[in-house]
Design a protein around this ligand. Structure first.
Ligand code: NAD
Length: 495
């Protein structure tokens, strides 16, 4: 067994992290499996309503304790220690993430773990530079009132996370929440419980007071997820996951009129114009379609290519897909990991079947993938590239979340903008062109939260991150998350 595998396996039964301590409480355990082999790598205690209640109570109590009196400077210093703590235990986090997700170690070591740590450093910086607003207000009797704003922590934040980038997306919420002085109860995905749990140790070592960071494990409906988002003592819910789940959480949050911050699904388009740098467009589209086995919310599933370069683009993307290598996630040569679970594999393969039944021309792959032992039972699929489907087909409408895309030719700019916008989702787009005027013109018209020009997944954490239409509510990143993580109050002083 690989040295990294061995470390992750020894983490053993995973329990809840409540009030600074690991508690193996709740219902019966459920199995945690490694997607590359489907082997059981551990068991996880599922939190029941009572355990969730304890976690929320711990978070509430911590708000009233020393944490509630910390200055932004003190919190920033602690967050930097958390970042350093993740970095110091990089290999443990890496092994845990690769074992839970099956993603190639090359991806997790460049994206998931370093960016997970970076989130804490970023929001430590951010909280020290946030400005408030001040207005001088003349009064009818000739005096002046000064109005100024005060930002207070919102309170106990429920953080509900997906499995595709477990540490990165969780810390993207936890870091700003703590920077603003909140306390959190995190519900990681049932597929990926390890790194959120390990982070508890780092929080303790960094001096985060007990109860500030809590983790409860379990599923969504009638399990830890639902108990947490329905808990009356939670002050806000931040969630990343499927749009349908977002709707269910919104209903639960509505009961006690709690705000929500949502990062949801997408059906993202790439627009490749004939004047694009072909090498860059192919390299970027390879990543946006196949990175993380297509399990990236910002990933491309609809590719529109201008007709003069269409044939060449299809041929080159096909060649790129053929060069992807599946296998041991810990091998540096592996570029395409497995899907997260047997259930998700079933879902992706049902879309592959649907593509065939809807009449797609299969440019590449589009089936299951059989690997030799020990990966024979892993959740592997081939990449898929389709052409020839109408815009109305299921493949063009629904989020698949697999290593696949459909490529459609287009002739003119207005037409392709209309095609890109013809979706209930509005998360991200990638525009490939060397015409600067066109780049700006098109980017301004695509109905998405994030438009990339000649790039993909290039992030400056100071910028707004989020989705339009059914892809989200609110924005994370930079100062934008403050709207959710703080309660803005106005003080009016008549002089
Ligand atoms: P999911 O919605 O199935 O689950 C996400 C989390 O919600 C899990 O922890 C799950 O246990 C929990 N959950 C499920 N039902 C719940 C309920 N009723 N109440 C409370 N919690 C509940 O999503 P997933 O399959 O883990 O992730 C894939 C989805 O996430 C895709 O749609 C993808 O596009 C989206 N995503 C979006 C972004 C973004 O930034 N917009 C980022 C990553 C993933």
């Amino acid at each position: 067994m690989n040295k990294l595998d061995a470390r992750a396996v020894k983490t053993g039964p995973i329990g809840q992290f409540i009030n600074g301590r690991y508690v193996q409480a709740g219902r019966a355990t459920f199995e945690n499996r490694h997607p590359a082999t489907n082997a059981v790598i551990g068991v996880v205690h599922e939190a029941d309503a009572n355990v969730v209640d304890q976690a929320v109570a711990a978070a509430r109590a911590a708000l009233k304790g020393p944490w509630g009196k910390t200055t932004p400077q003190e919190r920033a210093a602690i967050l930097r220690k958390v970042a350093a703590g993740i970095t110091a235990r990089f290999d443990e986090f890496l092994a845990a993430e690769v074992m839970d997700t099956g993603k190639p170690v090359t991806t997790a070591s460049h994206v998931d773990i370093p960016r997970g740590a970076a989130n804490f450093n970023f929001f430590a910086d951010q909280i020290l530079t946030v400005a408030g607003e001040v207005f001088n207000t003349p009064t009818p009797d000739g005096r002046t009132a000064i109005n100024y704003s005060v930002r207070k922590p919102r309170g106990v934040i429920a953080v509900v996370c997906p499995w595709n980038l477990p540490l990165l997306l969780m810390t993207w919420k936890v870091a700003p929440a703590l920077a603003c002085g909140n306390t959190v109860v995190v519900k990681p995905s049932e597929e990926t419980p390890a790194t959120a749990t390990l982070l508890g140790e780092v929080m303790n070592e960094a001096g985060v007071p007990p109860g500030v960071y809590n983790v409860v494990h379990g599923f969504g409906p009638q399990s830890a997820g639902e108990y947490l988002v329905s808990h009356p003592d939670v002050d806000g819910v931040t969630f990343t996951g499927e749009t349908r789940t977002g709707a269910a959480i919104m209903k639960a949050a509505a009961e006690f009129v709690r705000p929500v911050s949502f990062e949801l699904g997408g059906k993202n388009a790439a627009l490749v114009f004939a004047d694009a740098n072909m090498d860059a467009a192919i390299e970027g589209t390879m990543r946006s379609v196949f990175a993380n086995c297509g399990q990236v919310c910002l990933g491309t599933e609809r590719v529109y290519v201008q007709r003069p370069i269409y044939d060449e683009f299809v041929a080159r993307l096909k060649k790129g897909a053929a060069g992807l290598v599946s296998g041991d996630p810990f091998a540096k040569t592996t570029t395409l990991g497995p899907l997260i679970s047997a259930e998700h594999k079933q879902k992706v393969l049902s879309f592959y079947d649907k593509a065939r039944s809807e009449g797609a021309e299969i440019a590449y792959g589009g089936g299951s993938q059989n690997l030799p032992a020990p990966y024979a039972d892993g959740h592997w699929v081939q990449p898929a590239i389709w052409t020839g489907l109408p815009e109305t087909s299921t493949i063009m409408r629904d989020e698949i979340f697999g290593p696949c895309c459909h490529i459609t030719p287009f002739d003119d700019e207005d037409a392709v903008i209309a095609l890109a916008n013809d979706s209930p989702y509005g998360l991200a787009t990638a525009i490939w062109t060397q015409d600067v005027a066109r780049a700006h013109r098109v980017a301004a018209q695509i109905e998405v939260g994030i438009a990339w020009v000649n790039s993909w997944f290039l992030r400056d954490l100071r910028t707004a991150f989020g989705g339009s239409k059914r892809s989200g509510i609110g924005r994370e990143g930079g100062v934008h998350g403050l709207e959710f993580y703080t309660d803005l109050r106005n003080v009016c002083v008549l002089l």
